[in-house]
Ligand binder design. Structure first.
Ligand code: HAM
Length: 415
């Protein structure tokens, strides 16, 4: 083993895994294109204050998990821990926010959180996210949940369920926060140390604590449903109606609060049955654009954890349409170079063996490399004006006329 290892919590995506990534990325981008979303690419580095202001100072993401540093000019910067804040920053900074109407965006890239690494949890991980700006109706919440559901079902993933909840508008949320603060007083002493701090600073987050003792203590905590104003209650009912109409199965989980501060009204998470790690999560954040200096703009979105999603996708058998060219002798090599060019023109991936080992060794290389076909060129073939095409899966081989052989090979492969 070499001297250097990957940094804890980071992972390489190796060539044998990348096909599955490409497959999933393709399904996702095809799906969001059908809903007419446009891609936005933001930098991985932002001002630290952007996340403090949006995700929230008291959240675990900002207070414990953020990769922060100062650059040579002393600017306080951070590796982005999530994509929503950057998207909002870019939306406000660009001309997008001055356009009237709805802006539909998506993004894809690495995020960074200094969390304790374990299965499905990394310090660099990929998120695919969607953010919709300018839409206040619950139908927009329905639309983004529908996109997420469509991606999951287009990938053939079954047995997932959506947990949904509402945190209400600004007034409902602050009224509810007061009620929870009051309630927590009676159990405060028995809560974990983190939750003791949360009980003062962000009491709702106690419901998000993974400690089983805290979970038990908050079992009978008052539900938001009893606190909602009529408008927020109707809003939530309309959203649930949308999900029913679209056949999206959900549970209303009234203790779902999410670990980021910016949410109002709808919040949701997607799980695989019997797994505690969410595959994706999101919600509405109607106050954030204004909070970050833009004009008041309702918004809603979600992000998928790509590593977690990929775990659930069946490994695809490699497509064995690649061709390996084996040539013996100088003349054959020249011919091989010519044929490789002709095959690439036909969009067939080709690799050429330049090493002139024995035929047996070259065939072994072709097999190990996952090639579906080998083209064998030797003196005999040159004299006869043919090439030998070998099917690496079945082991059968056939002679093909040299003239127009790329076209013939293509026809055989596609058959
Ligand atoms: P989040 O719940 O913090 O929300 O992250 C979204 C998803 O990212 C999670 O459900 C999970 O699948 C994945 N994820 C988070 N942390 C890790 C990790 N350490 N390793 C692997 N995967 C991870 C957000 O980030 C919000 N920005 C979502 C959103 C978009 N809300 C509105 N718009």
């Amino acid at each position: 083993m070499g001297q250097y290892k990957k940094v804890r919590g980071m992972h390489d995506i190796m060539p044998e895994e990348i096909e599955k990534w490409h497959f999933v990325e393709k399904i996702i981008s095809e799906t969001v294109n059908l809903f007419n979303y446009s891609e936005l690419r933001t930098p991985v580095i932002e001002e630290q204050a952007l996340f403090e202001r949006s995700v929230g100072m008291e959240t675990d993401i900002v207070s414990k998990e953020m990769y922060t540093f100062q650059d040579k000019k002393g600017r306080k910067l951070a590796l982005r821990p999530e994509g929503t804040a950057s998207t909002v920053r870019a939306y406000i900074e660009s001309t997008l926010s001055s356009l009237d109407g709805i802006t539909r965006l998506y993004y894809y890239g690495p995020m960074f959180r200094y969390d304790r690494p374990q299965k499905g949890r990394y310090r660099q991980f990929y998120q695919f996210g969607v953010e919709l700006f300018g839409g206040a109706s619950p139908f927009y919440d329905g639309e983004v949940i529908e996109i997420l559901n469509t991606i999951i079902s287009n990938l053939g993933i079954k047995d997932v369920y959506f947990d949904v909840n509402t945190l209400g508008c600004k007034d409902c949320k602050s009224r509810y926060t007061e009620i929870i603060k009051e309630y927590v007083l009676s159990i405060r002493d028995r809560l974990c140390e983190d939750c003791k701090v949360r009980s003062e600073k962000s009491p709702l987050r106690i419901m998000d604590c993974k400690n089983p003792v805290c979970g038990k203590l908050t079992e009978n905590i008052p539900s938001i449903q009893g606190v909602l104003c009529q408008e927020c209650a109707d809003y939530f009912t309309t959203l649930l109606g949308y999900l029913q109409k679209k056949g999206i199965e959900y549970n209303v989980r009234s203790n779902l609060v999410r670990g980021l501060d910016y949410y109002t009204k709808t919040v949701f998470e997607v799980f695989l049955k019997e797994d505690k790690n969410a595959i994706a999560a999101g919600g509405r954040y109607d106050l954030l654009v204004k909070e970050l200096g833009g004009k008041e703009t309702p918004a809603v979105g979600f992000a998928i954890g790509m590593e977690r999603l990929l775990e659930l996708v069946e490994k695809k058998a490699p497509v064995r349409s690649k061709v390996y060219i084996i040539s013996m002798g100088e003349q054959a090599k020249q011919l091989g170079l010519k044929i490789s060019g002709e095959l690439r023109k036909e969009k067939i991936p080709v690799e050429m063996d330049y090493d002139e080992k024995s035929l047996k060794t070259s065939l072994k290389r072709a097999d190990r490399g996952g090639f579906g076909w080998s083209v064998i060129l030797g003196e005999r073939e040159i004299e006869k004006g043919v090439i030998v095409l070998k099917n690496m899966v079945t082991g059968t081989q056939q002679e093909v006329q040299r003239d127009n052989c790329a076209q013939t090979i293509k026809n055989i492969i596609e058959r």
